[in-house]
Design a protein around this ligand. Structure first.
Ligand SMILES: Cc1cc2nc3c(=O)[nH]c(=O)nc-3n(C[C@H](O)[C@H](O)[C@H](O)COP(=O)(O)O)c2cc1C
Length: 278
């Protein structure tokens, strides 16, 4: 029986001195082995299983017990197609056996404030953040539960490409907006490809934030990652502007990506959609 040490090494592409005495099984092994799955069989996911998984999602922690999120289960085929049409490159997720949209939702408690006769003075950045975190941790609980049941999943931020249209299609009132879609199905390839992560020396800090060796540590990561999964031209960002490279490391590609503003209209959308973000 292999140990968690091997799975940790698989996650980073380097060995860490941990997990040698722990068998590679159960929840920890499942989490260490996870990867996004984008190809599914035609086998349906039963409503019974889906309801259990949604209950797992709702078992996530939630800020002040406010439960400021909603989950849309998109079943209607025509609606899925419309979501796909406006998502720009989002052709495969709506064809997944299950397609969910996780939403931050500050609308519900605002409605309840009216019912209870209280002011609601929190259409603000803090509540915006709480709603997003609630929705995100619920989505991750769903993902872990789905993968424990043998399903594959992939979050989809492309649902935010045309966020006005998405809100319109899903009937989302002011104060509710999608943070991500989630495609779910029985995976065609049971073993997902592992995407190497940044080393703990870069991401984990003790007591105080310390970036002293960050560039050198990221360079090592870049090289390991390229050796593990070289980035083909088709996945290199903004090739028209920066050109295609034989060695296009992670740090090159992510900085290329963020050299262009992404979804710059989002703040305006939110300010029109029930938030006061300034
Ligand atoms: C909030 C969020 C949004 C994402 N959106 C997309 C997406 O629109 N399309 C896609 O193919 N993958 C999407 N992903 C999946 C990431 O690309 C993936 O998690 C990342 O490349 C790391 O790979 P891994 O999940 O296999 O470890 C998203 C992931 C997250 C957490």
């Amino acid at each position: 029986m292999s140990s968690l040490k091997e799975l940790v090494a698989g996650r980073y592409g380097i060995e860490l001195d941990c997990g040698a005495d722990m068998a590679a099984e159960g929840t920890l092994a499942q989490i260490l082995s996870r990867g996004s799955q984008r190809h599914y069989t035609d086998e349906p996911v039963t409503d019974d299983l889906l309801q259990v998984l949604l209950a797992c999602a709702q078992s996530a922690p939630t800020k002040s017990d406010l439960q400021q999120y909603s989950i849309i289960v998109v079943k209607d085929g025509a609606l899925r197609q419309k979501l796909s049409d406006q998502g720009g490159g989002m052709d495969w997720p709506p064809k997944a056996p299950v397609f969910l949209v996780f939403c931050a939702d500050i609308h519900r408690i605002r409605q309840l404030a009216g019912v209870r006769g209280h002011d609601h003075q929190n259409d603000n950045v803090d509540t915006f953040m709480n709603g997003i975190i609630d929705a995100a941790v619920a989505m991750q609980c769903f993902i872990n539960a789905a993968e424990a049941a043998g399903l594959g999943t992939c979050p989809i931020s492309q649902i935010r490409n045309k966020i006005d249209e998405t809100c319109e299609l899903l009937g989302l009132p002011e104060g509710v907006f999608p943070i991500a879609g989630l495609a779910v199905g029985w995976p065609q390839f049971p073993t997902p490809r592992i995407s190497l992560r940044l080393p703990q020396s870069v991401v984990v800090h003790t007591d105080r934030y310390d970036e002293s060796n960050m560039p050198a540590n990221v360079e090592g990561y870049d090289q390991r990652r390229h050796a593990h999964t070289p980035l083909p031209e088709a996945k290199q960002r903004h090739v028209d502007k920066y050109g295609a490279l034989d060695y296009c490391p992670w740090s090159e590609n992510v900085t290329r990506q963020l050299s262009h503003p992404e979804r710059p209209g989002f703040r305006d959308f939110l300010n029109k959609h029930g938030f006061k973000l300034g």
